[in-house]
Design a protein around this ligand. Structure first.
Ligand code: MN
Length: 301
């Protein structure tokens, strides 16, 4: 965060409790949590302010707390209520991600929950905010044998617990050229129990569809080089039934008249216009992949 803070003349403060030793977590997810919170804190703190990270061990040693605080604009009581309600702010934020904290905070919440932890926030308008993520303290090895956190890199089905039936994480191909959208949607889908592979243009999308045989494709229409419509046509014309028959949801930048028809004519099963409603997207995925809520709950654990 140094560079972003420096650009705004914000002082970064780090406070680390020596009693915190080794904590077993999913390293990449914990980093995502902290980067999300720190990015928001820097974004909403005026020049000359301060942003800090405190790492403390709860007295009874049952948890480790990561608190990101700032001297920023603060959040009103009313907005605090909405903050973690997953879909309140999401629907309009996908293509305006710099404006809202909603998507990032929902991700933070999901990732903390995946660790068996939680998130709380205290804030005063004009004074600043404190976001605290608590992660249960478990010594090395404690996770093994009872819980597997979803591994982003693992293509294999994961066990969610000793008793739950194995539920393979469905593989989603996300074809999207916008880096910010790509990272956010990938993060959300992974937090909701999906495995995600990405492509940045139509040619890559076709290649990956053939190589990896995803269960479903999310296809942006506007991409450099070969766009989504042509990629959909070529996938539908593929000689392999497993490739040609994959469900495809088209993502269109603007709901222009005739857009839907173009997507469907090219062979998409349906389309979503941006800004994409994450709620609707998750519903569609479940519908097309015939995944029950129970299965998805299991894969989220
Ligand atoms: Mn695009």
């Amino acid at each position: 965060m140094q560079q972003q803070a420096l650009n705004k003349q914000i002082k970064l403060v780090f406070d680390f409790d020596d009693n915190v030793k080794t904590l077993e977590v999913d390293e990449r997810r914990l980093k995502q949590i902290l980067v999300n919170l720190l990015t928001n804190a820097v974004k909403f703190t005026p020049s000359g302010g301060q942003v800090g990270l405190e790492v403390t061990r709860v007295v009874d040693k049952s948890a480790v707390r990561f608190t990101v605080w700032d001297t920023g604009m603060g959040i009103s009581e009313e907005d605090l209520q909405k903050l973690f309600r997953p879909f309140v702010q999401l629907d309009s934020s996908l293509t305006r991600e710099h404006e809202g904290t909603g998507l990032g905070l929902v991700l933070v919440y999901r990732l903390a929950a995946l660790h068996g932890g939680g998130v709380s926030v205290e804030s005063q308008v004009g004074q600043g905010s404190r976001f605290t993520v608590s992660i249960p303290w478990r010594s090395i090895g404690a996770y093994r044998g009872n819980t597997s956190l979803p591994q982003a890199a693992s293509p294999a089905p994961i066990n969610v617990s000793d008793t739950a039936a194995d539920f393979p994480r469905p593989l989603i191909l996300l074809a999207e050229d916008n880096q910010a959208n790509l990272v956010l949607v990938q993060g959300i889908l992974e937090a909701y129990g999906y495995e995600v592979i990405v492509a940045r243009n139509g040619v890559e999308a076709i290649e990956r569809a053939r190589e990896e045989r995803p269960a479903l494709i999310l296809m942006d229409i506007q991409m450099p080089g070969m766009g989504g419509l042509e990629a959909i046509r070529r996938i539908r014309a593929d000689g392999e039934e497993a490739v040609a028959g994959v469900p495809i949801i088209a993502l269109t930048a603007l709901a222009m008249a005739g857009d839907k028809e173009h997507c469907l004519k090219a062979g998409a099963n349906t389309y979503l216009s941006k800004p994409v409603s994450i709620r609707r997207l998750l519903e569609l995925l479940q519908e097309f992949l015939k995944i029950s809520n129970d299965q998805l709950e299991e894969s989220k654990k």
